[in-house]
Design a binder for this molecule. Structure first.
Ligand code: ATR
Length: 285
């Protein structure tokens, strides 16, 4: 008996679009799930320069894609290219997950959900008594984190950044947030319930994140969005003084779930096995 060839119509292609795309772990994550479900599909790394990005997103169907993830620096262009945005992508004017509904291009921001789901899974009860929160940095990740903290009722949310104007801009996007310069950090840490680093400091190949955690209450959760290395100096220091710590890998894994579900019709799980697979690949990063 000969096997039927797979119908070309059934084959689904998705991918991650960014520029440059040096070390995205998204293909590894989605291919793991494709294998797990035995789905006839693919997930590729698709480098697209910013000047070509809007046209690429508008022609997603013609490119043969059912949807895509979007990474830096194209999330704002992606949001502007969509016909419909989910409320989070609309609030942040940044989309990291796109899919086609017939010919309508829909954009979502799943970084916020990824941040929240990671904390829910890794530090259950982290938002039971929401109070002051401190976010270090004012880039795209800071926006997603601050918005997630607002959704979970933390207030005030102090965005602390080297460039205070950028912190102020993030604060205009998120209710209950305020922007401050680095000198405000010791005071802001004093009564914080959670501290999240969203800067690139502490990442392999980047300068150290040199901050004094002394004022931070020992029951405050400390989360680093950096995941190379998995245990950053910030997390190691926080762990030693007794703070509950959450690494950044989970945010990457959980933000991927809704996209896979839209493109391939199955809701995947973030399992210890997947975490181990990606963590192992980061060791040689
Ligand atoms: P992303 O969008 O991925 O979050 P980004 O926009 O490049 O990344 O933001 C990086 C963050 O790290 C910024 O908050 C940046 O501070 P500035 O806004 O002042 O540039 C912060 N950052 C990077 N290098 C830094 C350094 N040496 N000292 C302090 N902050 C730094």
């Amino acid at each position: 008996m000969t096997a039927e060839p797979a119908s070309p119509a059934a084959f689904r292609r998705a991918g991650v679009v960014g520029w440059p795309l040096t070390y995205s772990r998204s293909p590894m994550i989605h291919r793991h799930w494709l294998d797990e479900f035995g789905i006839d599909g693919s997930y590729e790394a698709i480098p697209v320069p910013p000047e070509k990005a809007a046209a690429f997103f508008r022609n997603l169907g013609a490119e043969g894609l059912v949807g895509c993830n979007v990474t830096v620096p194209l999330k704002e262009i992606a949001a502007a290219s969509c016909d419909v945005l989910d409320p989070v992508a609309d609030a942040l004017q940044a989309a990291n997950t796109l899919w086609l509904d017939n010919t309508t291009l829909i954009g979502a921001n799943t970084d916020v959900g990824g941040f929240i789901d990671n904390l829910d899974a890794s530090a259950p009860g982290w938002d039971r008594y929401p109070g002051p929160a401190v976010v270090l940095g004012a880039g795209g990740a800071a926006r997603a984190v601050a918005y997630g903290l607002w959704l979970r009722k933390f207030e005030p949310i102090t965005i602390v950044n080297r460039t205070v104007e950028r912190a102020a801009t993030v604060a205009t996007l998120v209710q209950g947030a305020r922007g401050r310069g680095l000198s405000a950090l010791p005071e802001a840490l004093k009564d914080a319930r959670i501290l999240v680093n969203t800067t690139s400091l502490g990442m392999k190949g980047q300068p150290r994140l040199d901050i004094d955690l002394a004022p931070l209450p020992r029951d405050a959760v400390v989360n680093d969005v950096v995941y190379v290395p998995l245990e950053t100096e910030l997390l190691a220091t926080a762990r030693l003084r007794g703070n509950p710590v959450v690494d950044g890998l989970g945010m990457l894994l959980y933000q991927a779930v809704p996209g896979f579900n839209h493109w391939f019709g199955k809701r995947p799980s973030v399992t210890p096995e997947l975490r181990k697979l990606v963590a192992r690949s980061l060791e040689d990063a």
